[in-house]
Structures are given as structure tokens and as C-alpha cells.
Design a protein around this ligand. Structure first.
Ligand code: MG
Length: 355
């Protein structure tokens, strides 16, 4: 079947610049795609690349969409090169939505879906780095948050470690703390933290160390060995985030018998269905996380999270309000996200906002 392809580049300022390992990130750039078949069924998708995570750039995604032309087919879309993972993700989401409109699930299938998909999932509250985290815990606990994520690896490691007990003491009873170092630590620093985490309510330590794609193969192998070593030496689970961008990374870590958690940003994975099936088969522990995409990509990514058949864990989607222009935002950060909130997201409104 022929599909009409349209795409629109967007550039959306964050309300507050986001701190990354590569400096401050002030605005999100991406590409929305819209497919329509000859019967008028429409589907949307979003390519939201993060090039320093190892994805394509938005220019490359746009060039890939241009190559397909105004009229394309599902076969041509499936043949988009694997290196354009975010574009493939966007197009696959749009194709699947066109298919859903044409061939809605039967009553029996949707009734079954209601039984197996959870009606809501918990969301982790994001805490700022350093001492600023302390003042943020109580108001969020009062809203009902019970999972908190604290950015570490930003300031001096010893100063931050000195705050860990204060942060833990401020948590409501039964709450869990996630630490995200974004790959900032060397092995010795990571060991000091993991020793301290053992007796504390730390759900996991995310990406203690990392060697990015710009480093040598030897450096990257060493970083992978370091993560496997830390996972074997300490009781607190370690989560991989920067280490798992594409389906190839997921397969490699499953193959290595990774015992920890996988942080999955569904927006960055070309063939997300196959990747999720591999994780389910491996009985992996998975946390679904935002790639700071707009409501269009968030809708696709959150559908993946709600369809996960493994143990549910608090979502890393407590990021909105995120954009200066609220029309781009996904569902507001609340302790729980309901499947209905995801169903209510309106990709057409974001598309129209860009016209
Ligand atoms: Mg992370």
C-alpha cells in the first residue's frame, strides 16, 4: 500500500537547560513524521536523536526521510539503513499506527489487552545534583512519589558521597533511591559509592562509568569489563543507560549475561519490538526512560513501557513540563502515569503547532 510521507523539523527550547556530560543542552531538535495511506488513515512518529549517545543527527534523520520521497511503502521504510535508528523508530511507529486505524484490534484482543496491561505505572521523581536535592524530597514525597532519582557525578565525588546519608534520611519510609552518575566515575570512585550503597535503600546505581564511541575499542572493552566487575562485586544492582543505545548493545549485554538493570529509552531504538522481545526472553530487569522527546515520541515510548510483560518498575518519564512551549510536553510529572493519560496524548496537535 502506498503511503504519503510528510516530515517537519522542530527546535524546542527547554524551560531550563539540561546538564549533560557534553555541556548544557538548551533546545531539543528532532523530526516529526506523518504517514497517510490512500484510505486516509494517519500515523505519527518522532525521531528524537541524541547524537552524543551514538544516534544519528537530526540532519541525517531528515536526509533519510527526504530520500524516501513524498510517496513511499512499508517495504521501502523497512529498508531505511540501520544507522538511522531514530528515524526508523519514528517511521515504524507511524506505519503501525496507520495499520491500527485500518485494522483495529478485535474486541476479544482488546479485552485481553486490558487484562494484561497495567492501568498505571509509577514514576520516579527527579532530584537535582548536590545539596539542592535535599529540599526537593519532602514536597515530592507529599505528592506521593516513592522512587527518587538523584544525579551524582556532577560535583566533587567525596562531597556528594558525604550527602548520601542526608538524602537517604530525607526519603519517606519504604522509598527507593536511584543514583545516576552518567558515566562520570572511575572504578575506585564507583567502588567507594557501591560500598556505601550496600546497606542503604538504593534501588540501583546507573552508569557509574562509561567510555563513549569516540574512545578506542580497548578503552570501551575495559569500561564494559569494569561494569561487569562492579556488578559482580557489590550487592546494589547497576543499571546500564549510556551503554545501551541500539538493539546491538542490548543483544551484546544480554549475551554477556548482564545481571543488572537495563535503562531503555525506546525512542532511540530502531526496531523496538524486537529489542523488547529479546529483553523479555532474557527476563531482564528494565526501566523505561525518556529521551526528552515531545508528546509524539513520548506516546510511542510509553506504549512500549505499558506493554512490558516483565516486572514493572517506576518510569523515568518524570520530565514534563519540559519545554518552553507547553504544546510539546508529554504528561505532567506525577507519582503515577495512567494508560489513559498516554492514550489522550494528541500527536496531531504537536504536528499542527509546527505548521
Ligand atoms: Mg541515565
Amino acid at each position: 500500500m502506498k503511503l504519503r510521507l510528510q516530515f517537519r523539523r522542530y527546535r524546542a527550547s527547554f524551560r531550563t537547560a539540561v546538564r549533560t556530560a557534553h555541556g548544557m543542552w538548551a533546545e531539543r531538535e528532532g523530526l516529526l513524521v506523518r504517514l497517510e495511506n490512500e484510505a486516509g488513515a494517519v500515523g505519527y512518529g518522532e525521531a528524537a536523536p541524541i547524537p552524543w549517545f551514538g544516534t544519528e543527527t537530526v540532519e541525517e534523520a531528515e536526509a533519510g526521510a527526504r530520500v524516501l520521497g513524498e510517496w513511499t511503502t512499508a517495504e521501502q521504510i523497512a529498508a531505511v539503513p540501520a544507522r538511522l535508528g531514530c528515524l526508523k523508530n519514528a517511521l515504524a511507529a507511524a506505519v503501525s499506527e496507520v495499520g491500527r486505524v485500518c485494522d483495529p484490534p478485535s474486541d476479544a484482543a482488546s479485552a485481553k489487552g486490558r487484562v494484561t496491561d497495567p492501568p498505571y505505572l509509577g514514576v520516579a521523581a527527579l532530584l537535582p545534583a548536590g545539596r539542592a536535592a535535599l529540599a526537593q524530597i519532602e514536597p515530592r514525597a507529599e505528592l506521593g512519589f516513592r522512587v527518587f532519582k538523584w544525579k551524582v557525578g556532577v560535583g566533587d565525588a567525596a562531597d556528594e558521597l558525604g550527602l548520601l546519608d542526608d538524602v537517604c534520611a530525607a526519603l519517606p519510609s519504604g522509598a527507593k533511591l536511584r543514583l545516576d552518575a552518567n558515566g562520570a566515575w572511575d572504578r575506585r570512585t564507583a567502588e567507594r559509592w557501591l560500598e556505601r550503597c550496600a546497606e542503604r535503600p538504593v534501588e540501583f546505581v546507573e552508569q557509574p562509568s562509561f567510555a563513549d564511541a569516540a574512545q578506542s575499542d580497548a578503552a570501551r572493552r575495559k569500561a564494559d569489563d569494569c561494569l561487569l566487575g562492579l556488578a559482580g562485586d557489590f550487592p546494589t544492582p547497576i543499571a546500564l543507560d549510556e551503554s545501551v543505545v541500539g538493539a546491538g548493545d542490548i543483544a551484546r549485554w544480554i549475551g554477556a549475561g548482564w545481571p543488572g538493570v537495563f535503562v531503555i529509552k525506546p525512542s532511540l531504538i530502531a526496531e523496538v519490538g524486537a529489542a523488547i522481545a529479546a529483553l523479555e526472553k532474557a527476563k531482564a530487569r528494565v526501566v523505561f526512560s525518556s529521551a526528552l522527546e515531545t508528546a509524539v515520541g513520548a506516546r510511542t515510548a510509553l506504549r512500549v513501557a505499558f506493554a512490558w510483560k516483565g516486572e514493572p518498575r517506576a518510569l523515568g518519564f518524570g520530565v514534563w513540563p519540559l519545554f518552553a512551549d507547553a504544546r510539546f510536553d508529554g504528561p505532567m510529572a506525577m507519582p503515577f502515569l495512567r494508560a489513559e493519560d498516554v492514550a489522550r496524548l494528541n500527536p496531531e496537535a504537536v504536528w499542527t503547532a509546527l505548521s
